[in-house]
Design a protein around this ligand. Structure first.
Ligand SMILES: *[C@@H]1O[C@H](CO)[C@@H](O)[C@H](O)[C@H]1NC(C)=O
Ligand SMILES: *[C@@H]1O[C@H](CO)[C@@H](O)[C@H](O)[C@H]1NC(C)=O
Length: 176
């Protein structure tokens, strides 16, 4: 138990040091295989998007604010969107095809891992949610509620690429 705790502590410290030194501002790095995540999305994309009958509306990308989120709010918005997918989208979606379900489960596993990594990082540095970040999150939930299940879940799955790009941009060491 003791060694486990020590190595967790070490991991946390390493993550913090890495992000502080590489970026100089409050940014939590998430080490997940983004290629694998993108591959999983590509596998489900066609199946999901053909089921999406509301091509004229969007849940994530109406958040123009997602583009204008300030660096200080990145942590909060990522945390909230991970929660949104874990607590609502993945739970609400009823998938009948096993091969699609496997991919969705794989994405959900990656998200769970991201939540844990992010939490460790946030506990050490705090993760404030400004009014702007809270508003941006509320817009996503409002869009979701307006569309209703199951359409909203399908649309959100189809828009995973938007969120994946966001993570890549904000939480990967290789991004600028
Ligand atoms: C989007 O399209 C659906 C049907 O295709 C329609 O019922 C709905 O009113 C449209 N919504 C908007 C915001 O245009
Ligand atoms: C957040 O939303 C509320 C209610 O819609 C609005 O009054 C407020 O100006 C918004 N704040 C920011 C910072 O966008």
């Amino acid at each position: 138990m003791k060694t486990q705790r020590a190595s967790l502590w070490l991991l946390g410290t390493t993550l913090v040091l890495c992000s502080v030194y590489t970026h100089g501002f409050r940014r939590c790095l998430i080490s997940v295989d983004m290629n694998q995540l993108e591959e999983s999305f590509q596998e489900i994309k066609r199946a999901i998007q053909t089921k999406d009958t509301f091509q004229n509306i969007t849940i994530l990308s109406t958040v123009e604010t997602l583009q204008s989120i300030k660096p200080v709010d990145v942590c909060c918005v990522t945390k909230n969107l991970l929660e949104f997918y874990m607590r609502r989208v993945f739970k609400d979606h009823q998938e009948l095809k096993p091969q699609i379900l496997r991919r969705i489960s794989s994405i959900a596993n990656s998200f769970l891992y991201m939540q844990k990594t992010l939490k460790q990082c946030q506990e050490q540095r705090g993760c404030q949610c400004s009014e702007e970040a809270t508003n941006a999150t509320r817009i996503v939930h409002d869009n979701y509620d307006q569309l209703g299940i199951p359409s909203a879940a399908i649309k959100s799955l189809g828009e995973l690429n938007i969120f994946i790009a966001w993570i890549e941009k904000n939480h990967q060491a290789t991004s600028v």
